[in-house]
Design a protein around this ligand. Structure first.
Ligand code: PRP
Ligand code: URA
Length: 209
Protein backbone atom coordinates (compact mmCIF):
# COMPACT_ATOMS: atom_id res chain seq x y z
CA UNK A 1 0.00 0.00 0.00
CA UNK A 2 1.46 3.37 -0.96
CA UNK A 3 2.13 6.07 1.60
CA UNK A 4 -0.55 8.73 2.16
CA UNK A 5 0.70 12.03 3.57
CA UNK A 6 -1.79 14.62 4.76
CA UNK A 7 -0.06 18.00 4.76
CA UNK A 8 -1.80 19.47 7.79
CA UNK A 9 0.41 22.49 8.40
CA UNK A 10 -1.72 25.26 9.94
CA UNK A 11 -1.06 27.66 7.05
CA UNK A 12 -2.21 25.04 4.53
CA UNK A 13 -5.36 24.32 6.55
CA UNK A 14 -6.10 28.05 6.91
CA UNK A 15 -5.76 28.74 3.20
CA UNK A 16 -7.78 25.66 2.31
CA UNK A 17 -10.75 27.04 4.25
CA UNK A 18 -10.85 30.07 1.95
CA UNK A 19 -10.32 27.89 -1.13
CA UNK A 20 -13.38 25.83 -0.12
CA UNK A 21 -15.58 28.87 0.53
CA UNK A 22 -18.00 29.35 -2.38
CA UNK A 23 -17.83 33.14 -1.88
CA UNK A 24 -14.09 33.22 -2.72
CA UNK A 25 -13.66 34.86 -6.12
CA UNK A 26 -11.63 33.51 -9.03
CA UNK A 27 -8.62 35.77 -8.42
CA UNK A 28 -8.35 34.90 -4.74
CA UNK A 29 -9.02 31.21 -5.44
CA UNK A 30 -6.13 31.10 -7.92
CA UNK A 31 -3.77 32.92 -5.55
CA UNK A 32 -4.64 30.66 -2.63
CA UNK A 33 -4.17 27.48 -4.70
CA UNK A 34 -0.80 28.83 -5.82
CA UNK A 35 0.24 29.48 -2.20
CA UNK A 36 -0.88 26.07 -0.96
CA UNK A 37 0.99 24.42 -3.83
CA UNK A 38 4.19 26.16 -2.67
CA UNK A 39 3.68 24.96 0.89
CA UNK A 40 2.95 21.40 -0.27
CA UNK A 41 6.06 21.42 -2.47
CA UNK A 42 8.06 21.89 0.73
CA UNK A 43 6.52 18.68 2.15
CA UNK A 44 6.77 16.55 -0.98
CA UNK A 45 10.47 17.34 -1.42
CA UNK A 46 11.30 16.56 2.22
CA UNK A 47 13.15 13.35 1.34
CA UNK A 48 15.01 14.38 -1.82
CA UNK A 49 18.69 13.49 -1.52
CA UNK A 50 21.45 15.95 -0.68
CA UNK A 51 25.12 16.12 -1.64
CA UNK A 52 27.85 17.66 0.47
CA UNK A 53 30.02 20.37 -1.06
CA UNK A 54 32.68 22.73 0.30
CA UNK A 55 31.68 26.34 0.75
CA UNK A 56 33.89 29.20 1.78
CA UNK A 57 32.18 31.55 4.21
CA UNK A 58 33.75 34.90 5.14
CA UNK A 59 35.16 33.05 8.17
CA UNK A 60 36.22 29.54 7.09
CA UNK A 61 35.71 26.64 4.69
CA UNK A 62 32.99 24.19 5.67
CA UNK A 63 31.05 21.20 4.35
CA UNK A 64 27.54 22.18 3.41
CA UNK A 65 24.50 20.58 1.73
CA UNK A 66 23.02 21.09 -1.72
CA UNK A 67 20.20 19.23 -3.44
CA UNK A 68 21.80 16.39 -5.38
CA UNK A 69 21.54 15.95 -9.13
CA UNK A 70 18.17 14.22 -8.90
CA UNK A 71 15.98 15.92 -11.42
CA UNK A 72 12.31 16.69 -10.95
CA UNK A 73 9.42 16.94 -13.35
CA UNK A 74 5.97 18.40 -12.72
CA UNK A 75 3.07 16.83 -14.56
CA UNK A 76 -0.12 18.87 -14.12
CA UNK A 77 -3.35 17.24 -15.24
CA UNK A 78 -5.14 19.79 -17.43
CA UNK A 79 -6.91 21.96 -16.74
CA UNK A 80 -7.04 22.42 -13.00
CA UNK A 81 -3.57 21.01 -12.25
CA UNK A 82 -2.05 23.96 -14.12
CA UNK A 83 -3.06 26.23 -11.26
CA UNK A 84 -0.56 24.53 -8.94
CA UNK A 85 2.49 24.62 -11.22
CA UNK A 86 3.81 28.13 -10.59
CA UNK A 87 3.52 27.71 -6.84
CA UNK A 88 5.73 24.62 -6.97
CA UNK A 89 8.20 26.19 -9.42
CA UNK A 90 8.80 28.98 -6.88
CA UNK A 91 10.58 26.39 -4.72
CA UNK A 92 11.91 24.12 -7.49
CA UNK A 93 12.65 26.43 -10.42
CA UNK A 94 14.76 23.86 -12.27
CA UNK A 95 11.93 21.35 -12.57
CA UNK A 96 10.71 20.64 -16.09
CA UNK A 97 6.98 20.64 -16.77
CA UNK A 98 5.06 18.09 -18.84
CA UNK A 99 1.33 18.12 -19.43
CA UNK A 100 -1.40 15.49 -19.54
CA UNK A 101 -4.83 16.54 -20.76
CA UNK A 102 -7.66 14.51 -19.23
CA UNK A 103 -11.33 15.32 -19.04
CA UNK A 104 -13.94 13.36 -17.13
CA UNK A 105 -17.03 12.39 -19.05
CA UNK A 106 -19.71 13.90 -16.81
CA UNK A 107 -22.01 10.90 -17.33
CA UNK A 108 -19.61 7.98 -16.91
CA UNK A 109 -16.97 9.85 -14.83
CA UNK A 110 -14.35 8.07 -16.98
CA UNK A 111 -11.31 10.19 -17.89
CA UNK A 112 -10.32 10.60 -21.53
CA UNK A 113 -6.76 11.56 -22.47
CA UNK A 114 -6.76 14.33 -25.09
CA UNK A 115 -3.15 15.56 -24.81
CA UNK A 116 0.24 14.47 -23.54
CA UNK A 117 3.61 16.16 -23.79
CA UNK A 118 6.50 15.14 -21.53
CA UNK A 119 10.11 16.29 -21.11
CA UNK A 120 12.30 14.02 -23.28
CA UNK A 121 14.20 12.87 -20.20
CA UNK A 122 11.04 12.23 -18.14
CA UNK A 123 12.00 8.59 -17.38
CA UNK A 124 15.11 9.88 -15.55
CA UNK A 125 13.18 12.31 -13.39
CA UNK A 126 11.14 12.06 -10.23
CA UNK A 127 7.73 13.08 -11.57
CA UNK A 128 5.10 14.81 -9.45
CA UNK A 129 1.61 14.42 -10.91
CA UNK A 130 -0.46 17.45 -9.86
CA UNK A 131 -4.22 17.86 -9.66
CA UNK A 132 -6.25 19.76 -7.05
CA UNK A 133 -8.93 17.04 -6.87
CA UNK A 134 -8.68 13.29 -6.28
CA UNK A 135 -12.31 12.20 -6.55
CA UNK A 136 -12.94 8.73 -8.02
CA UNK A 137 -9.21 8.55 -8.71
CA UNK A 138 -9.86 7.79 -12.38
CA UNK A 139 -7.92 10.79 -13.71
CA UNK A 140 -4.90 10.28 -11.46
CA UNK A 141 -4.79 6.55 -12.21
CA UNK A 142 -4.99 7.21 -15.97
CA UNK A 143 -2.26 9.89 -15.80
CA UNK A 144 0.08 7.65 -13.79
CA UNK A 145 -0.58 4.68 -16.10
CA UNK A 146 0.19 6.89 -19.09
CA UNK A 147 3.53 7.89 -17.53
CA UNK A 148 4.41 4.29 -16.67
CA UNK A 149 3.66 3.26 -20.28
CA UNK A 150 6.35 5.77 -21.27
CA UNK A 151 8.92 4.17 -18.94
CA UNK A 152 8.54 6.66 -16.08
CA UNK A 153 8.59 4.82 -12.78
CA UNK A 154 9.49 7.38 -10.10
CA UNK A 155 6.16 9.08 -9.51
CA UNK A 156 4.45 10.95 -6.66
CA UNK A 157 0.94 12.39 -6.66
CA UNK A 158 0.03 15.79 -5.18
CA UNK A 159 -3.61 16.87 -4.73
CA UNK A 160 -5.33 19.47 -2.55
CA UNK A 161 -8.45 17.54 -1.61
CA UNK A 162 -9.10 13.80 -1.83
CA UNK A 163 -12.08 11.53 -1.29
CA UNK A 164 -11.39 8.24 0.51
CA UNK A 165 -12.64 6.41 -2.62
CA UNK A 166 -10.00 8.10 -4.78
CA UNK A 167 -7.15 7.44 -2.36
CA UNK A 168 -8.10 3.75 -2.16
CA UNK A 169 -8.38 3.43 -5.94
CA UNK A 170 -4.94 5.00 -6.55
CA UNK A 171 -3.34 2.94 -3.79
CA UNK A 172 -4.74 -0.25 -5.33
CA UNK A 173 -3.84 0.64 -8.93
CA UNK A 174 -0.41 2.15 -8.18
CA UNK A 175 0.86 0.93 -4.79
CA UNK A 176 4.31 2.38 -5.51
CA UNK A 177 3.07 5.99 -5.82
CA UNK A 178 3.13 8.14 -2.68
CA UNK A 179 0.12 10.45 -2.34
CA UNK A 180 0.35 13.93 -0.80
CA UNK A 181 -2.88 15.77 -0.02
CA UNK A 182 -3.93 18.75 2.08
CA UNK A 183 -7.26 17.25 3.19
CA UNK A 184 -9.05 13.91 3.19
CA UNK A 185 -12.76 14.67 2.84
CA UNK A 186 -15.84 12.62 3.71
CA UNK A 187 -17.03 11.04 0.47
CA UNK A 188 -18.14 11.42 -3.14
CA UNK A 189 -21.68 12.44 -4.00
CA UNK A 190 -23.78 10.81 -6.72
CA UNK A 191 -22.28 13.18 -9.34
CA UNK A 192 -18.72 12.26 -8.44
CA UNK A 193 -18.05 15.52 -6.58
CA UNK A 194 -16.07 15.51 -3.36
CA UNK A 195 -18.14 16.34 -0.24
CA UNK A 196 -17.58 18.90 1.19
CA UNK A 197 -14.79 19.58 -1.36
CA UNK A 198 -14.62 22.90 -3.17
CA UNK A 199 -16.84 22.33 -6.20
CA UNK A 200 -15.39 22.09 -9.71
CA UNK A 201 -11.74 23.06 -9.37
CA UNK A 202 -11.25 23.94 -13.06
CA UNK A 203 -14.36 26.12 -13.16
CA UNK A 204 -13.47 27.94 -9.96
CA UNK A 205 -9.92 28.53 -11.15
CA UNK A 206 -10.81 29.83 -14.58
CA UNK A 207 -14.23 31.38 -13.94
CA UNK A 208 -16.06 28.98 -16.25
CA UNK A 209 -19.02 26.75 -15.47
C1 PRP B 1 -11.39 17.36 -12.38
C2 PRP B 1 -10.15 17.45 -11.51
C3 PRP B 1 -9.51 16.12 -11.76
C4 PRP B 1 -10.68 15.20 -11.90
C5 PRP B 1 -10.83 14.42 -10.62
O1 PRP B 1 -11.10 17.58 -13.69
O2 PRP B 1 -9.32 18.54 -11.84
O3 PRP B 1 -8.69 16.07 -12.91
O4 PRP B 1 -11.83 16.02 -12.12
O5 PRP B 1 -11.85 13.49 -10.73
P1 PRP B 1 -11.62 11.92 -10.70
O6 PRP B 1 -10.69 11.63 -9.56
O7 PRP B 1 -13.00 11.36 -10.50
O8 PRP B 1 -11.03 11.51 -12.03
P2 PRP B 1 -12.19 17.64 -14.88
O9 PRP B 1 -12.29 16.31 -15.51
O10 PRP B 1 -13.44 18.25 -14.35
O11 PRP B 1 -11.48 18.56 -15.94
P3 PRP B 1 -11.00 20.11 -15.86
O12 PRP B 1 -9.78 20.18 -15.00
O13 PRP B 1 -10.69 20.42 -17.29
O14 PRP B 1 -12.12 20.94 -15.30
N1 URA C 1 -13.47 17.29 -9.90
C1 URA C 1 -13.65 18.49 -9.34
O1 URA C 1 -13.23 19.52 -9.89
N2 URA C 1 -14.29 18.56 -8.15
C2 URA C 1 -14.76 17.46 -7.53
O2 URA C 1 -15.34 17.58 -6.45
C3 URA C 1 -14.57 16.22 -8.14
C4 URA C 1 -13.91 16.15 -9.33
Amino acid sequence: MSKLVICDHPLIQHKLTFIRNKETNTKDFRELVDEVATLMAYEITRDIPLDTIKVETPVSITDSKVVSGRMLGLIPILRAGLGMVDGILKLIPSAKVGHIGLARDHETLQPKEYYINLPTDAPNRLLIVIDPMLATGGSAIAAISSLKKRNCDQIKLMCLIAAPEGVKAVQEAHPDVEIYIAALDERLNEKGYIVPGLGDAGDRMYGTN
